[in-house]
Design a protein around this ligand. Sequence first.
Ligand SMILES: C[S@@+](CC[C@H](N)C(=O)[O-])C[C@H]1O[C@@H](n2cnc3c(N)ncnc32)[C@H](O)[C@@H]1O
Length: 252
Amino acid sequence: MTSFGRQFGLTAATYDRVRPGYPDALFEMLADGIPSGGSVLDVGAGTGIATRSLLRLGLRVTALEPDEEMARQLAARSEGEVDVVIDDFEHYRGPRRAFDAVVCAQAWHWFEGPSALRRVRRLLRSNGVFAAWWNVGTIVNARLAGELAVIFQQTSHRLPVLFRRPDLTATIGNLARLLQGDVSFSHVRTLHFVSSVSYSSDAFVALMSTMSEVLALAAGDREQVLDRVERCLGDAVIEVEYLTLGYLAVRA
Ligand SMILES: C[S@@+](CC[C@H](N)C(=O)[O-])C[C@H]1O[C@@H](n2cnc3c(N)ncnc32)[C@H](O)[C@@H]1O
């Protein structure tokens, strides 16, 4: 089994096609705190799902992404002032106190919280905005959710985040506590948005194929899980309710 968090490139094009985006209202809230045409560091930018929303607001984005295939998709699909940097957050030495905003969509859980927040502090100018958020899904059909959970428990031994894993809930809570306990940040606000998506069974299997818990399996095991998921779904339409959850704070 390969390490989590570093294998999204195996599925970059599918990832970009099937992963849900984030609500416009979230980006409007962010834009309120960023000067027009301001600079944003997008940490763990992936294929650019959040990057493209930031660019549409006329912001200048530095997209930091360690996976070359994800970064290649991002560069190919993004229009506007975007600078793609292939590096991980732990090693990135960006300009000190320079960015108007640092954002992290669906990636903060790969970092050790306190040291990642120290790096955010170093990169943000005074009054700069930090925000990190996640899409947390719930499969509306509880019976189907239960059957899928059993498949994942038996094969990947780890549930994808669509099943509201307690460790992700803990990570989100830890970020709130870190921000509230750090005098370098103020005006901590909760991000909380609701949306829903209906998936065909093919689209849902494709979505599952982009989950790190599935990507971390050996190729044969990965196929086996996805086959079982496909058989379980039949021709069902799968309704997923998403909560986009996270925090926004302002650098002193
Ligand atoms: C779940 S994806 C989120 C991508 C994108 N932000 C989005 O909203 O779709 C997590 C991303 O974090 C990246 N990542 C993993 N470890 C990282 C690290 N140490 N530093 C920066 N990015 C990292 C992965 O390569 C992946 O592209």
